[in-house]
Design a protein around this ligand. Structure first.
Ligand code: GLA
Length: 734
């Protein structure tokens, strides 16, 4: 049993393999957070009530009454609510019909059960098929009798993971309406231990770069109001103890399984304690709960590691691979694809694409993906979105004809859609101007010449679904890239009344989830890749529908180092869309060796984004060799354990990461050297995760090293003369 409740002490204990989480009920009603950290296994007759920092003697309870506001404002509440004196940032704010915003949650009951609930219409982690992947859940019922509000706090853990999944349900059991102004998925109060906070930041073409700073007094908040997770900030926070490294020390991660507006906040308060919270961004949010109705929050994933950041990372990777991604492609080698976007942009036709497919096939590429521009009137980004009918000027025999020709070359075929968008210059907009998100009387704010469709509407969703499905049913299309190229603005729907307009953002996300769910249900064999102007909607929510997401439009391998490092901090490598780009790179103008571009892309899903007919014979021969390497190594990248060995971000010279098979029989080490440092002969790469007493041979050489040698003395990598060189080292146990 991983979850226990001690009747006498009124303390809950949730255990995973290596962690313990404790909370307890004080004075029969207040649910306080007591501990989260390294596993406390021996509990037999331990009385942990001292952790309350308050006892239940009459004197103590009297002082609680005498200074209740102070009590609310200083104690570590498990799910703090606004209104009775806790003036730190909180998890819940509810308005009553009377306009009051006071809520006091009292413990009511709890239940512990095998398994784990799914969420209605939203992504959720799930139990695996085996016993080791089984889950157990604690559901604590809290109530505010005055409001008639019931709050369920849910905590689930899996046998095979150190992660803890949290979500919250609000139920209106009263007579009047309740207005949820803020309902977060998780809060965590801890004593300050001089922590540092790491979050992920960026912009289009520079997504998810790690930023670390000391936690100081006040609040640090990362959030999105873009209607999607966004390129700019990511729904992830990590607290690390003083001196924590990849291998040592405390790391607490909190990640959000959601694809819309979020808010993640870390506050160091007057008590010198830290409160971390994660949930739907309360800005621009309000949900009306009529009597009898309920609201479910998305899931937050908490991970604690006492053995450094690397272990936290691997816990997220395994959790998402074993308990979140559903696609049948999860454990499969994805076809090596060639996408025509940077190769042709809008300037292509069927003959051009077939020529690319023919040439690609020769070097071992397996799938052609036709990107933006195949539909409606779409010769640039100024028109056509929403008109999902084939452009016969470009594809003379339609999608079906093209798919047949591409298949005849021995290649699979995939296409691009941007389902959530509508161009003002489109037949769809001319027929349904009210389908665009807008506020009556205001000009719609334009971005990339496009508006956003009102995905809260069933009629809009049905239309979009049917237009996409019609195309997918008409031809042998084995892959779809689902793009989303602008943020939401001008929030307004003709189908929501003023009372419910605050529900728009969340309903939009639910609409996207519904569409993607329909797609994967009707086309279970489809390989779906999500995308948003690069990596603007790279989040765990999307992984529930697609096993891979386009990481960034920036494919410059040097720029990709920080992007992929930040992404791989929490996401399995198998989810990172990565391609070999054109040279010089279209985003940065930088020229890099084809080999370096390949080594960086091979870590992810692997493919090409260039016009292969323009490569030299020598480059094509190189590409053929990389494709063979991909087949040989992909399983290691896809299924293995990831270790961050060195970071260019920190050392300003080189980047290095390692992936080890679960049985420790093989590992791959990727070394990318950005700068050559004269007079330094070699760098020492301290590998990890190997069997200490086993011997490993470096492929292509007679060099033999013990695991211990590689992990303690390290592998000495010679400096590569010149710029942007790379090496891919493969060690095999002998
Ligand atoms: C976005 C995507 C690109 C490409 C273009 C097409 O920017 O990230 O990969 O598909 O749209 O317009």
């Amino acid at each position: 049993m991983n979850i226990n409740y001690n009747e006498e002490t009124k303390i809950f204990q949730i255990n995973t393999q290596n962690t313990t989480y404790m909370m307890g009920i004080l004075a029969g009603k207040h649910l306080l957070h007591l501990y989260y950290g390294k596993k406390i296994d021996y509990m037999e007759d331990m009385d942990c009530r001292y952790l309350f920092r308050k006892d239940e003697s009459p004197k103590s309870l009297h002082s609680l009454k005498r200074a209740a506001v102070t009590f609310f404002n200083t104690y570590p509440f498990e799910y703090p609510a606004h209104g009775t004196g806790d003036c730190r940032h909180n998890c819940l704010r509810v308005r009553s019909e009377g306009g009051h915003r006071v809520c006091e949650l009292h413990y009511d009951s709890h239940r512990i059960y095998k398994g784990k609930p799914s969420l209605k219409g939203m992504p959720a982690t799930f139990e695996g098929a085996t016993e080791e992947q089984a889950a157990e859940t604690l559901e604590i019922t809290m109530k505010d009798a005055v409001l008639g509000l019931k709050i369920l706090l849910r905590y689930s853990v899996f046998e095979d993971s150190d992660a803890m999944i949290r979500s919250v349900v609000a139920v209106n059991e009263g007579e009047g309406k309740l207005y949820l102004e803020k309902i977060l998925s998780a809060g965590l109060d801890m004593d300050n231990m001089e922590y540092e906070l790491t979050t992920l930041h960026g912009v289009e073409t520079r997504e998810r770069r790690m930023v670390t700073r000391k936690v100081t007094e006040g609040s640090h908040r990362v959030a999105s109001l873009y209607g999607e997770t966004s390129h700019k900030q990511h729904p992830f926070m990590m607290l690390t103890g003083k001196g924590t490294t990849q291998k040592h020390g405390d790391a607490y991660g909190m990640h959000f399984v959601y694809s819309g507006n979020f808010a993640a906040e870390t506050e160091l308060n007057h008590q010198d304690s830290i409160r971390m919270t994660m949930g739907i961004n309360p800005d621009g949010f309000e949900w009306v709960l009529a009597p009898g109705e309920e609201f479910e929050t998305p899931e937050a994933v908490l991970v604690y590691s006492s053995e450094g950041i690397g272990k936290m990372t691997r816990c997220y990777h395994d959790l998402y691979r074993n308990h979140l991604i559903r696609s049948k492609y999860l454990h499969k080698k994805r076809p090596i694809l060639i996408n025509n976007w940077e190769g042709t942009y809008f300037n292509f036709d069927d003959d051009k694409l077939v020529a690319i497919a023919k040439e690609a096939k020769k070097v071992g590429i397996e799938m052609l993906v036709m990107d933006d521009g195949w539909f409606g009137k779409r010769d640039n980004d100024e028109s056509g979105l929403g008109d999902w009918v084939v452009n016969k000027k470009k594809l003379k025999n339609g999608i079906e004809g093209l798919a047949e020709r591409v298949n005849a070359e021995g290649m699979k075929f995939g296409i691009w859609f941007e389902p959530e968008m509508i161009s003002p210059d489109s037949d769809l907009f001319r027929a349904h101007p009210d389908w665009a998100i807008q506020v009556p009387g205001r000009e719609i704010t334009m971005q990339r010449h496009q508006y956003v469709l009102d995905m809260t509407r069933q009629d809009v969703r049905d239309y979009i679904y049917e237009s996409m499905a019609k195309i997918l049913r008409s031809a042998n299309i084995e892959y779809v890239k689902w793009d989303m190229n602008r943020p939401l603005a001008d929030i307004g729907s003709f189908c929501l009344d003023s009372e419910h307009m605050g529900e728009f953002y969340h309903r939009y996300v639910l609409g996207v989830y519904e569409l993607q769910e329909r797609l994967v249900q009707e086309f279970p064999d489809l390989l779906l890749e999500n995308c948003s102007g690069g990596g603007g909607r790279f989040d765990p929510g999307m992984l529930y529908y697609s096993p891979q997401i386009w990481t960034s439009d920036n494919m410059d391998p040097i720029e990709r180092l920080a992007i992929q490092e930040g992404t791989a901090l929490i996401y399995p490598l198998s989810t990172m869309g990565a391609h070999i780009c054109v040279c010089p790179n279209h985003t940065t103008g930088r020229s890099t060796p084809l080999e370096t571009r390949a080594h960086v892309a091979m870590t992810g899903t692997f493919g090409y984004e260039l016009d292969i007919t323009k490569l030299t014979e020598e480059e094509k021969a190189q590409a053929a060799a990389f494709n063979e390497e991909y087949h040989k190594y992909n399983e290691i990248y896809r299924e293995g354990d990831y270790y961050r060995i060195a970071s260019y971000r920190e050392n300003n010279i080189y980047d290095c990461w390692q992936v080890v098979t679960k049985d420790k029989a093989e590992c791959l080490v990727t070394y990318v050297q950005v700068r050559y440092i004269s007079r330094t002969k070699s760098v020492r790469l301290l590998l990890e995760g190997l069997e200490p007493k086993a011997k490993y041979r470096l492929e292509g050489t007679e060099e033999i090293y013990s695991g211990e040698l590689l992990m303690n003395a390290g592998y000495l990598q010679d400096m590569i003369f010149g710029e942007y060189g790379s090496r891919l080292l493969h060690f095999v146990r002998v």
